[in-house]
Design a protein around this ligand. Structure first.
Ligand code: C2E
Ligand code: MG
Ligand code: MG
Length: 282
């Protein structure tokens, strides 16, 4: 009986692993052609100013319109892109598309809209990153201080000294730097102060229970207070309820992002949202 159970379990896992790795191979092969085939798309999630309640910017989030598997979310292919090095090409495409889009929104009447772009560890590590950012800003004619680069806390810490040097070069160009997923790594805000950063994005895991008498409420309050005393802009992610928003408002958080305002949407939809919020119809 036991042997049989074990054998079935084994068969089950072998099949699962087999399927997973062959799907991974498929993805790896098709990722090569994704850019050329124009299968990558950017969705945009608005960033709300908690003072004016207006949309002041958007984060570009990549999706892959796979011919076979449908619309794939980044967690399905960014890790593969990272391991295979395709992330460099994808990152270049994302940066260019996002800056071009931001410039287009600005030209049709929303001059101050900024765009946030996620940068992975491999990209940050590339000496080409600086040239590439400069090239894209030049080509798209986007004002550098309307571009925000998001780098996760854990990536910044991987090689702190190198990160600090790269960030200084980006800052000199006028680009703003945001620390993404803040609170999930092991660094303190005072240590992060050694990095030339402008914004911290509190990880969305802290949004859970926020507003009730919870540890998360206390942590978020402390992060906001410390960030403010260090003259940093604070942005909260993962805001899904009015109660969370009320709490952030009271705590003095500057910006927020989350499903309460909008899921990530297409460029056209984001534009419609900006207009709606401006005229106060939402
Ligand atoms: P991230 O940069 O932390 O982005 C926030 C993620 O949280 C997005 O998932 C977004 O859709 C989701 N989110 C936003 N508001 C809420 C909310 O209220 N509730 C919940 N449950 N989730 C919310 P997405 O689009 O699946 O992206 C996942 C991650 O993939 C991103 O995390 C980022 O690390 C990475 N990523 C996305 N686009 C790019 C890219 O162009 N380049 C690189 N290197 N990484 C990217
Ligand atoms: Mg991000
Ligand atoms: Mg995150």
């Amino acid at each position: 009986f036991r042997k049989e159970t074990w054998r079935n379990t084994y068969k089950f896992y072998a099949k699962e692993i087999g399927e997973a790795s062959s799907q991974r191979m498929d993805l790896e092969l098709s990722l090569r052609r994704a850019i050329d085939n124009k299968e990558l798309v950017l969705h945009y999630q608005p960033v709300i100013d908690l003072g004016s309640h207006e949309i002041i910017g958007a984060e570009a989030l990549v999706r892959w319109n796979h011919p076979e598997f449908g619309l794939l979310m980044p967690d399905k292919f960014i890790p593969i892109a990272d391991e295979t090095g395709f992330i460099i090409e994808i990152g270049k495409w994302v940066l260019y598309e996002a800056c071009k889009q931001a410039k287009a929104w600005q030209e049709i009447g929303h001059e101050s809209i900024f765009i946030a772009v996620n940068i992975s560890a491999i990209e940050l590590d590339q000496s080409q990153l600086i040239n590439h950012v400069a090239g894209v800003l030049h080509t798209t004619e986007l004002n550098p201080n309307r571009l925000e680069l998001e780098i996760t806390e854990s990536v910044l810490m991987q090689d702190a000294e190198a990160s600090i040097r790269t960030l200084h070069e980006l800052k000199q160009m006028g680009v703003r730097i945001a620390v993404d997923d803040f609170g999930t790594g092991y660094s303190s805000l005072s240590y992060l102060r050694r990095f030339p950063i402008d914004i911290i994005k509190i990880d969305r895991s802290f949004a859970k229970d926020m507003g009730s008498d919870s540890d998360n409420s206390a942590i978020v309050t402390a992060i906001i207070a410390l960030a403010k005393s260090l003259d940093l802009t604070v942005e909260a992610g993962g805001v899904e309820t009015q109660a969370q928003l009320d709490f952030l408002h009271k705590a003095g958080c500057h910006h927020a992002q989350g499903y309460l305002f909008s899921h990530p949407v297409t460029a056209d939809k984001l534009f419609a949202l900006i207009e709606q919020r401006k005229t106060g119809t939402v």
